[in-house]
Write a protein that binds this ligand. Structure first.
Ligand SMILES: Cc1cc2nc3c(=O)[nH]c(=O)nc-3n(C[C@H](O)[C@H](O)[C@H](O)COP(=O)(O)OP(=O)(O)OC[C@H]3O[C@@H](n4cnc5c(N)ncnc54)[C@H](O)[C@@H]3O)c2cc1C
Length: 416
């Protein structure tokens, strides 16, 4: 049983882990030299409904990436505007922790391996080939290549390449396996008439902040500094992450500690940022041109069923931002786990698993499909978190979550 996963962001890592645990030989191809993709710039886990989804996954036996993020946490149980009980992982430690975990599960990791061709016959992929000409055959494939960039899209829908963690100029543009297989992709139509969405945070070099800000960040994990009135700019409508499209993020510089100082704004002109007290020497760490713009995402998602099988393809699954307008690491891990697990079930001639709607993980997968492509879905805010609350799906009671999973007959379903 051979599975090839294209893309080593959180979704691809989760798919690879789930497939390896079910006994498949898994090769994970990542176009850059590091795992985690946009997760290199992230860090926020377990905020709001993500806590529930994370605990469901743990109860289903698919939570090793969640546990790894918990272990790499710099802060736990942090509250910030609109968000409660967040965990903030250390973005420097996280990629290596995930790499070690996947190697321990027997996943073959191929870095600087950008998939650029696919041999497809009647909707079935036989093999994929990298830019360097290496061919990988498998019985089933997972497309976890994300939806961000490449450069041309950041120029067309944003303000040009901001030099983000994806490093398109160095490693070549994102290539979608679904597109190579002839599957039609959709971009997010923004309510303001735009296309896609601008990434909603940047990383500042902590050493460039005042000593008072650094100390407060290290101690509390969050620091909120009012922006002088003349410098307040409204970028909320552009943000990929609608859960942070709140006035508090327009009127304040909200910083979170992920090892770097995570600035919860899509961008802010450097000269203006340096006029905020404590930021006089501020320097962007990522994207390097965070004073000017940020990456554009949600540009390339596909139709799929709730088992994450791509519509119009036989042996192709999808996960993460490719699998709908999902925003977030937890969302990528949940969909990746379903995709990797089902890719193996397909090869075992077993029925594919769609999680039931009695679980937040199952309901979110179905809700994102039903509202595709117009609605962004995250457990952590906006419409879907409201829905979780209305349906009684949101809880931080671990015992209740385990009982819910047990009632669905899914305890340990993703375990080795
Ligand atoms: C700046 C920023 C901050 C964020 N902060 C948070 C946060 O704090 N918390 C949170 O929950 N979410 C956050 N998000 C959102 C979150 O990172 C994503 O929604 C989620 O991680 C997407 O994962 P993914 O695996 O689907 O895609 P990606 O992370 O985009 O990963 C796709 C991977 O595929 C690779 N790839 C592309 N094409 C190919 C190919 N042809 N062959 C091989 N590899 C290929 C790419 O190099 C990349 O590594 C943030 C996003 C950004 C951009």
């Amino acid at each position: 049983m051979r599975i090839v996963v294209a893309g080593g962001g959180w979704a691809g890592c989760a798919a690879a882990a789930a497939a390896a645990k079910r006994g498949a030989q898994v090769t994970l191809c990542e176009r850059t030299d590091q795992l985690l993709g946009t997760g290199l710039s992230g860090g926020i886990m377990r905020n709001n409904g993500r806590f529930t989804a994370a605990e469901e996954l743990l109860a289903m036996g698919g939570g090793e990436l969640i546990a790894a993020a918990d272990l790499c946490a710099r802060h736990r149980n942090v509250d910030f505007p609109g968000h409660r009980h967040a965990t903030l992982y250390d973005t420097a430690r996280m990629p290596v922790a995930v790499e070690n975990l996947l190697r321990a599960l027997g996943v073959e990791l191929r870095f600087e391996t950008r998939i650029t061709r696919a041999a497809v016959r009647s909707g079935r992929i036989a093999s994929v080939t990298s830019q360097r000409g290496e061919e990988f055959s498998a019985g089933a494939f997972v497309d976890a290549t994300g939806s961000a960039g490449p450069q041309a899209n950041c120029a067309k829908y944003g303000s040009g390449c901001a030099m983000c963690a994806l490093r398109c100029p160095s490693y070549g543009p994102r290539v979608s396996l679904c597109a190579l297989a002839g599957v039609k992709e959709s971009a997010l139509p923004r309510p303001d008439g735009g296309t896609g969405a601008v990434s909603g945070s940047c990383k500042l070099d902590k050493a460039s902040l005042s000593a008072a800000l650094r100390t407060a960040l290290d101690e509390r994990g969050v620091v909120i500094t009012p922006i002088p009135r003349a410098l307040v700019r409204d970028k909320l409508a552009l943000k990929a992450c609608r859960q942070y499209a709140l006035d508090a993020y327009r009127d304040n510089v909200v910083l979170l500690d992920t090892g770097s100082a995570k600035l919860m704004s899509p961008w802010m002109p450097l000269r203006e940022l340096r006029r905020v007290p404590g930021f006089e020497q501020a320097r962007y760490e990522e994207p390097l041109a965070g004073g000017r713009g940020n990456s554009v995402r949600l540009l390339a998602a596909v139709g799929r069923d709730d088992a994450m099988r791509v519509l119009g393809a036989t042996n192709l699954f999808c996960a993460g931002e490719k699998a709908g307008m999902f925003v977030g690491h937890t969302e990528a891990i949940v969909t990746g786990t379903i995709a990797g697990y089902n890719a193996v079930r397909l090869l075992q001639n077993l029925p594919l698993l769609a999680l039931p709607r009695s679980l937040a993980c199952g309901d979110a997968a179905a809700f994102a499909r039903e509202n595709f492509p117009g609605l962004r879905v995250t457990f952590s805010g906006a419409e879907y978190f409201e829905r979780m609350k209305q349906l009684g799906l949101y809880t931080t009671d671990r015992a209740a979550i385990r009982a819910r999973v047990a009632k669905a007959g899914l305890t340990g379903v993703f375990a080795r």
